[in-house]
Design a protein around this ligand. Sequence first.
Ligand code: MN
Ligand code: MN
Length: 267
Amino acid sequence: MTRVSLLGIPHDENSSYLKGAAAAPALIRRELGSDAYSSWSETGFDVAADLLDHGDIDFSGDGDPWERIETEVGRTLDAGHPLISLGGDHAIAWPVLRAVRQRHRKLTIVQIDAHPDIYDVYQGNKRSHTSSFARILEEGLADRLIQIGLRTLNDELRDQLERFGVEVIEARHFSEDLRLDLKTPVYLSVDLDGLDPACAPGVSHREPGGLTTRQVIGLIQSIDQPIIAADVVEYNPNQDVSNLTALVAAKLVKEIAGTMIKINGAA
Ligand code: MN
Ligand code: MN
């Protein structure tokens, strides 16, 4: 039986505007475990029964948090199951992908986001959550990066996207029948601000004009390559309304896990 590992990464020190995402993992877990909701994915798997929860990474000690993330994600991956990590802000994707790439020679990143997170540096911070994908591509941590839902581009960011050869599907060009031509295993990175703030208000940078929850679920369910690992990041409970965004995050976790089990289990 295919199981899915879960790992909390409660870290938001590299958020540029608002802190809060460090509190996300516990709140998303609460919705995942709530008796109010079905534990099944739409695709027919009792996901709650298949989740193997490795708890949260502990950042209380000394040492570089980036090294700790890389080590702990590596250890979790070595348990042999696909992994869903709960952020934290999007900065964590860099050390997470270091661990993933070490174990996977072929990798395509599918990123859902309002922002490309590809500034060379932001506010003097190379680890900023607005720069993580510049670091990821500089280090060659993926063969391909596909970003979906962008709606915050400026000239500098367009130059960066071109320089790194990123494949971009801006929100204004999104269509329901979008099918990604995937040829390698996938790392799926879900920044909750890729969704419209009407669907997911609990984020640090609300950007109107985003994808609906239904469209993001459709994208997840359309992935036809094994999903090695995924993250769900940027949930900021301080900005949420009635825990709605935590519930959306939990729903996406269930659908990602359901897709992992379906594809990886059949492989
Ligand atoms: Mn992001
Ligand atoms: Mn974003």
